[in-house]
Design a protein around this ligand. Structure first.
Ligand code: AHG
Ligand code: MN
Ligand code: MN
Length: 333
């Protein structure tokens, strides 16, 4: 039997690679793994809660109001960070404002975490893959005080770690600390994430394109031409690409990371900044894409170079295999 490496072992082995090797960042990654196991369990039971337990009038067995899975996930991660003590504050897609933790331990934490607790909300009720996306930064505010908004509004290049959890046919955690990308699959029988995808590299090119083509009439002409190129018999593959759009960014990205492809959520006339969030979705996935040899841009600018102005800022997003993103860019005027 070949040796199994658990996420815990892997994190410890790699701890010396971290910029400030005090073990804090390792503990945050462990907090994330812990929270994601809780979310994974809840996701796996979602159908039961809606269709069987839901018959109790919207309350669970403890008499608590049932909460939407995005809120359940949000709370699971916030609690894990708050209890962990290494994180001084968080910002999440589910909260209007950032949260600065007030305990003395938290105020001495060096990190902030920004996250999308549950990505792909429209897929929750229909049993399709969803995910969690996270991004970790060193705080810029003084240690010992409360986290502030500037801690949250750092450019993607300042990330010290980022990753995602995919609640798919299996649950996977994929992350980077800027030294490559590694993927772990949850073995539910032992409750451990095990290294299954070491040193992930995105193929330089591929033939999968993912975009909500329902928006094709409201995007810029250059993008229409690019999609036409993907569908044509005379593209670089000599035949049409395959369209694949799950509608869960994490799942679409993960597939493209493994098989090669491009994911596009562009600006539209109804959503001039696009739909996806720079801080919770685009920056972390851009960091992973680049670490795996891929690219991520807004169509005009490298995602990781963007200086965020607002917590919930949105940005057009082109991410995937290097050559495919470059090709798409050549169509945008
Ligand atoms: P979230 O569920 O966190 O709000 O994110 C949904 C995102 C993303 O996961 C997905 O790719 C995209 O929105 C789907 O948007 P459309 O339905 O407009 O295609
Ligand atoms: Mn999302
Ligand atoms: Mn979400």
């Amino acid at each position: 039997m070949s040796k199994i490496t658990t996420l815990n072992e892997f994190i410890l082995e790699r701890q010396a690679d971290f910029p400030f090797a005090t073990g804090e960042l390792s503990r945050i990654l462990n907090d994330i793994a812990f929270a994601s196991k809780i979310v994974s369990r809840d996701v796996r039971q979602a159908g039961l809660v809606d269709h069987i337990l839901g018959a109790q009038g919207g309350q669970n067995v403890q008499g608590e109001e049932q909460q939407k899975l995005d809120v359940v996930a949000d709370l699971a991660f916030i609690k894990a960070f708050e209890n962990g003590g290494e994180v001084c504050g968080i910002a999440s897609e589910e909260n209007d404002e950032y949260v600065a933790f007030t305990s003395e331990t938290a105020k001495n934490g060096h990190y902030v975490v920004l996250f999308d607790p549950l990505d792909g909300s429209s897929n929750i009720d229909v049993n399709v893959s969803i995910g969690t996306i996270f991004s970790i930064y060193r705080r810029t505010s003084p240690v010992g005080g409360l986290a502030n908004e500037k801690d949250m509004l750092q450019s993607g290049d300042a990330q010290v770690a980022a990753g995602y959890v995919l609640y798919g046919s299996s649950t996977m955690l994929v992350y980077t600390t800027g030294k490559g990308v590694n993927g772990f699959t949850l073995d539910p029988s032992i409750g451990e994430f095990c290294l299954s995808h070491p040193d992930m590299k995105m193929p330089e090119t591929g033939r999968l394109y993912a975009m909500n083509e329902g928006n094709l009439n409201i995007v810029e002409p250059g993008l229409v031409d690019y999609i036409e190129y993907c569908r044509s018999n005379e593209n670089d593959k000599g035949g049409p690409y395959s369209g694949r759009y799950i509608g869960s960014l994490v799942a679409d990205f993960h597939r493209n990371l493994i098989k090669g492809g491009i994911y596009i959520y562009p600006e539209t006339t109804t959503a001039p900044e696009g739909r996806l969030r720079l801080l919770y979705e685009c920056n972390p996935l851009a960091f992973i894409a680049e670490q795996a040899g891929g690219l991520a841009t807004s169509g005009r600018k490298r995602i990781l170079d963007i200086e965020p102005k607002r917590l919930h800022q949105r940005v057009p997003f082109y991410i995937g295999s290097k050559q495919m993103v470059e090709k798409a860019m050549s169509f945008l005027k």
